[in-house]
Design a protein around this ligand. Structure first.
Ligand code: GTP
Ligand code: MG
Ligand code: ZN
Length: 310
């Protein structure tokens, strides 16, 4: 039988067949896994073949080739990597100005990762109802400016007031969408709003630490009424960049990549070289300073790692 993996807990897989039956599956023996070293060989969004054991249980025997997948490393130096999901059309990074505060470096790490896997990404600023003060509005405008300049769509939403929820619903129709972001930003709340699924668990962020409580513990896929699939994921603290070479990093900042073709040196790192068109674009405000600074930080991280490895 063929099915779609809706949830993976590492040794148990919830698999849905085309006719809509759901099976609890396990893996037996070794599966050929394309050489990916990961803590979870099969992920949400994977298509698998399985043998039916009874009407609600099965054994996975094979996994179909993936269109794409996205991997997360817990930190830059961590060896363990985890496949977050497979066969994704679109990734959404959910962020908040405060309650909890999202750092732009976290956003940029996520965007670089999504670019590396060629997954288009949209930024959702959730809890818009909380950000009506002048200061918060300024931050939102600044963030919109930064990311629109880089070519990303930025949408302000609120599950409390319904702001832009219908806009978001349109974008999700007929697609597989992944939701990621820090714990407590409201990923599950958004999915709950869109699917009317009351089984979904959400919880308030902690009063003393102003952080989420890691309420969602496993990635899971949910269906919307208009044939979309949304993948909810556990909140993450950090995104380690994958094994990419420092030269690759500029390719994953679309706006830096765009201007780099006119740098004087073909191997320009856009950090100190004369006649660097990227530095010129930053000076002219065509590339946001915060993006450029994070680019330099990621390059530096990579170089530090290289030095340590030698
Ligand atoms: N004011 C306001 N609160 C919201 C909004 N959306 C979600 N929340 C609240 O934010 C808190 C955290 O929401 P969750 O949906 O559990 O957050 P999450 O991102 O899924 O968190 P993890 O599962 O831990 O990663 C809950 O108390 C929600 O009610 C919103 O638009 N406005
Ligand atoms: Mg959640
Ligand atoms: Zn340059």
């Amino acid at each position: 039988m063929k099915g779609l993996v809706l949830k993976s807990t590492g040794n148990n897989y919830k698999v849905k067949t085309e006719s809509g039956n759901v099976y609890d599956c396990r893996i037996k023996g070794k599966l050929r896994l394309n050489g990916i070293r990961s803590t979870n060989p099969i992920a949400v969004g994977d298509y698998v073949l399985f043998d039916e054991e009874n009407e609600s249980a099965g054994i996975i025997t094979d996994i179909a080739d993936r269109k794409n997948y996205i991997i997360r490393k817990a930190s830059n130096l961590s060896k363990e990597s985890q496949i977050i999901a497979a066969n994704i059309d679109m990734a959404y990074i959910v962020i908040t100005v405060h309650s909890p505060q999202t750092l732009l470096q976290f956003v940029d790490r996520f965007l670089v990762t999504a670019e590396a896997y060629d997954i288009p990404c949209t930024i959702l600023i959730n809890k818009y109802d909380l950000f009506q003060s002048e200061k918060d509005q300024q931050t939102i405008q600044e963030w919109q400016g930064i990311y629109r300049l880089a070519g990303y769509e930025v949408l302000c939403i609120s599950t409390k007031t319904g702001h832009n929820i219908e806009e978001l619903r349109k974008r999700l129709a007929g697609k597989v969408s992944l939701f990621s972001g820090n714990s407590g930003v409201g990923k599950t709340s958004i999915i709950k709003t869109l699917t009317n699924n009351n089984d979904l668990k959400t919880s308030e962020i902690s009063k003393s630490f102003h952080k989420g409580q890691h309420t969602t513990t496993f990635a899971e896929m949910y269906e919307t009424a208009d044939g979309g699939n949304i993948i909810d994921t556990p909140g993450v603290k950090a995104f380690g960049l994958l094994n990419m070479e420092s030269e690759e990093i500029s390719q994953y900042f679309p706006e830096i990549f765009k201007y780099s073709s006119d740098c004087q040196y073909y191997n320009c790192t856009h950090s100190h070289e004369p006649k660097c068109n990227v530095i010129k674009a930053v000076e002219e405000g065509k590339i946001a300073l915060s993006r450029y600074k994070n680019y330099l930080t990621f390059m530096e991280d990579k170089n530090v790692k290289h030095r340590e490895a030698q």
